[in-house]
Design a protein around this ligand. Structure first.
Ligand SMILES: N[C@@H](CCC(=O)N[C@@H](CSCc1ccc([N+](=O)[O-])cc1)C(=O)NCC(=O)O)C(=O)O
Length: 215
C-alpha cells in the first residue's frame, strides 16, 4: 500500500489547498487505499525527509522501493498504474498528459504568483500597483482556458488526470474573486469538487487538521 506525506497541521486549515490533496484525489479516483505519514514543518527540513524530497516539501509518495516527489509525477505514476485517470487510446492519453503539464506549467505559475503576492506582499509600497498586473496575467490564461473548455464538462473528453490537476490549480484562486468572472470555469471547478473521489480526499485532508487542532 502506498504511503504519502502530508502536513501535520496545514496552514490552510485543511481546506484542500495543500498539494497532498492532488495525490489523495488521484488515489481515491482509482480506488487505491493509502497510508499517510504526517510531517511537521521542522521534520520536513531534516535529513530523513530531505532524502525523500530534495526541496524539503510535501507530498512525497512511497510504494515498495519507489520514492517519488512532485505531485505531477506522482499523479502520473498513479494514472499509469491504474485505470480511470488517463485514456487508453494513445493519442487521447498523450493529450490528457499535455493538459497535466498545461495545468502545472502554464496555468499554475501566474496563479501561484498572484496568490503569493496577496499572501506576502500586501504591506509593500508597490502592492496596489503590482496586483492588477498579476491579476491580468491570470485573466489572460483563464480566458484562453475558458474558450477552449467551451460548454464541455472536461478539457478533452472523459475526466482525466489533466482535469484533476487543472481543478486543483484553479482552486488556488480561492483568495481572489477572479475565477468568478469566468462562469464556465467556476462551474468546471464545482464539477470537479462534486466528484465523490474529491469529496473523500477533501474530507480525509480536513480530518487531519481537525484532529490536530482538537488534540
Ligand atoms: N511542485 C511541488 C510543490 C510542493 C509544495 O509546494 N509543497 C508545499 C505544500 S503544498 C503548497 C501549499 C502550502 C500551503 C497552502 N495553504 O493554503 O496554506 C497551500 C499550498 C510545502 O511543502 N511547503 C512547505 C515548504 O515549502 O517548506 C509539487 O507539486 O509537489
Amino acid at each position: 500500500m502506498p504511503t504519502i506525506t502530508a502536513f501535520a497541521s496545514s496552514p490552510d486549515r485543511g481546506r484542500g489547498q495543500a498539494r497532498d490533496m492532488r495525490v489523495r484525489w488521484a488515489l481515491e479516483e482509482v480506488g487505491q487505499p493509502y497510508d499517510v505519514r504526517l510531517v511537521s514543518f521542522e521534520a520536513m527540513k531534516e535529513p530523513a525527509h530531505l532524502a525523500l524530497h530534495p526541496f524539503g516539501q510535501i507530498p512525497t509518495y512511497q510504494d515498495g522501493d519507489l520514492a517519488l516527489f512532485e505531485t505531477g509525477a506522482i499523479v502520473l505514476h498513479i494514472a499509469e498504474h491504474h485505470d480511470g485517470l488517463l485514456p487508453v487510446e494513445p493519442n487521447a492519453r498523450a493529450r490528457a498528459i499535455a493538459w497535466m503539464f498545461a495545468a502545472l506549467n502554464t496555468m499554475e505559475p501566474p496563479i501561484v504568483e498572484l496568490g503569493m503576492a496577496m499572501l506576502l506582499e500586501r504591506d509593500e509600497s508597490w502592492y496596489e500597483e503590482r496586483l492588477p498586473m498579476l491579476e491580468d496575467r491570470v485573466r489572460v490564461r483563464l480566458g484562453e482556458l475558458s474558450d477552449r473548455l467551451g460548454d464541455a464538462d472536461w478539457l478533452d473528453g472523459a475526466f482525466s488526470a489533466g482535469d484533476l490537476l487543472m481543478v486543483t490549480v484553479l482552486r488556488r484562486l480561492n483568495r481572489s474573486r477572479i475565477l468568478h468572472e469566468y462562469s464556465s470555469l467556476s462551474a468546471y471547478v464545482a464539477r470537479g469538487e462534486a466528484r465523490p473521489a474529491f469529496r473523500r480526499a477533501f474530507d480525509a485532508q480536513l480530518a487531519v487538521f481537525t484532529a490536530a487542532s482538537t488534540s
